[in-house]
Design a protein around this ligand. Structure first.
Ligand code: UDP
Ligand code: MG
Length: 195
């Protein structure tokens, strides 16, 4: 399946220092893709200048869509707001703080083209402390127990979703949803890719 349009969706909360680099690198990656793309930046009620930067960027760059939420709803609610605006046949989520390098997105899209419904990034060499890694492994195991849905690396928000999965997630209408788990519960073919 070759997508016609790919959407990158980024939740943004107090990211004024990261936004310029995020936009520059995401646009470079998106413009090099063999399909059309859009960059959906969702301001989640930031208290810094993120909203201003997003509005100015959307004005300047034709591929950028700004979504400005009236207050802080939390990361996953912001992602859901972005999914609702995204028009792509494939939607890629990533964090604004550049912990997920946008340069890895083409790898995820290749797996979608090969037929995956959901492709999730897997952080192999993490720039985290030992405590953070152990805590995160425990969290992954706990989440698997509770939800019975294996989403792999829970902390990694660099993920690609096929349109029908996005629609299924949105149809749930649950603003408190944890997007990766909900999406995986609808997905038949899931792949993890090291990023
Ligand atoms: N974020 C958001 N709303 C919030 C908190 C975070 O939209 O209330 C965004 C944040 O700007 C980033 C992503 O969600 O793009 C992940 O947040 P963070 O880096 O703080 O989380 P972690 O790296 O600990 O998962
Ligand atoms: Mg982060």
């Amino acid at each position: 399946m070759t997508p016609r349009l790919v959407s990158f969706v980024v939740p943004v909360y107090n990211e004024q220092d990261n936004l310029p680099e995020l936009v520059r690198r995401s646009l470079a990656v998106g413009r090099a893709l063999p399909y059309a793309f859009e960059l959906v930046l969702v301001n989640d009620g930031s208290r810094d200048d993120s909203a201003k930067i997003i509005a100015a960027t959307a004005e300047r760059e034709p591929e950028v869509v700004g979504v400005l939420l009236n207050r802080n709803y939390g990361q996953h609610a912001a992602v859901l707001a972005g999914l609702a605006e995204a028009r792509g046949d494939v939607v890629v989520t990533l964090d604004a703080d550049l912990q997920n390098p946008p340069e890895e997105i083409p790898k995820l899209l290749a797996a979608i083209e090969e037929g995956c419904d959901v492709v999730s990034g897997l952080r192999r060499r993490r720039k985290d402390t030992l405590f953070r890694r152990v805590a995160s492994r425990l969290m992954n195991q706990l989440m698997l127990r509770i939800t019975r849905v294996n989403v792999g690396d829970y902390g990694c928000m660099l993920r690609a979703y096929r349109r029908d999965i996005v629609d299924a997630v949105l149809a749930c209408g649950d603003r408190s949803a944890y997007v990766p788990a909900l999406a995986n519960s609808f997905a038949g073919r899931i792949r993890e890719i090291e990023v």
